[in-house]
Design a protein around this ligand. Structure first.
Ligand SMILES: C[S@@+](CC[C@H](N)C(=O)[O-])C[C@H]1O[C@@H](n2cnc3c(N)ncnc32)[C@H](O)[C@@H]1O
Length: 250
């Protein structure tokens, strides 16, 4: 697998990055996704929103995660992106899945204001709440909470623990360190009441021919992970974890 950030010879356009990562998007989706990145980078000059300021990083890290997530949401769901920051994954998800009601929660007021401007400019019908996501759960109900780069598995279990009647499942986009997060959460006993599943796993970086052949970016099915399950086959991969109440998605 190649790390695109180390190769200065690669052409850095949206189209070439999509090609390199083997992603195909129809123009009606590609256009707003391109525009979102351009707007985000414009706001990034005033406020620290993202370090992914090349097309390769945007496509290879942000879009890759959002496309994986988009496959895992059922029609007509109500989704909350908790800790939206720059809008990932909520904004691309709203573009990719217009049938889904997406809301964004961001606790830092200045970032929430920028998110508001982004969704307005992109003509998306996406409410933005300048609030801690878990506080919203006191007044609203969602089917799925999605989140990336906001907190450890253990933190999430604690944040949402009093609010499980306000949503059905959590989908967390995680890098390879999720294995240590799982060990920490197990150690403190916070996973006892929950089922943890790896809904998707995928290679980080540009997929190789072998990745394509072996189906490395594959749905993992919906097996609940047992305490002693060997997950070494997922080493170095990105994953989407689903946390739900025991037996809820049996
Ligand atoms: C590292 S950024 C990640 C942004 C984006 N999700 C991404 O993947 O690039 C984390 C963001 O979550 C926000 N945040 C942290 N805890 C939060 C909470 N409990 N509710 C809402 N926002 C939160 C922070 O203010 C920050 O903007």
């Amino acid at each position: 697998m190649t790390d695109p950030t180390e190769n200065n010879d690669l052409e850095d356009t949206f189209e070439s990055a999509l090609l390199r990562y083997g992603m195909q998007l129809d123009e009606p989706l590609a256009e707003p996704l391109r525009r979102y990145a351009e707007l985000m980078w414009k706001f990034n000059e005033q406020l620290n929103l993202t370090r992914h300021t090349t097309w390769d990083l945007y496509v290879g890290r942000d879009l890759r995660d959002c496309l994986q997530l988009a496959h895992l949401i059922q029609p007509d769901e109500a989704v909350l992106d908790l800790g939206s920051g720059n809008g990932v994954p909520g904004i691309p998800l709203a573009i990719l899945r217009p049938d889904v009601d997406v809301s964004l929660a961001e606790s830092v007021g200045k970032r929430a204001k920028v998110l508001d401007e982004l969704v307005t400019e992109l003509n998306l019908s996406v409410p933005v709440y300048a609030s801690r996501g878990e506080h919203l759960l006191e007044d609203f109900r969602f089917t799925t909470i999605v989140s990336r780069a906001v907190g450890s598995l253990m933190k999430f279990c604690k944040w949402v623990e009093p609010h499980w009647s306000s949503f059905d499942r959590l989908l967390l986009v995680k890098g390879p360190r999720w294995v240590e997060e799982r060990a920490e959460a197990r150690h403190y006993g916070v996973l006892k009441e929950f089922d943890l599943r790896v809904l998707a796993s995928y290679p980080l970086g540009i997929p190789t021919a072998e990745d394509e052949e072996s189906g490395a970016a594959a749905d993992r099915g919906d097996e609940v992970l047992d305490d002693d399950d060997d997950v070494s086959d997922l080493e170095g991969q990105g994953v989407i974890l689903q946390l739900s109440r025991k037996g809820r998605f049996a």
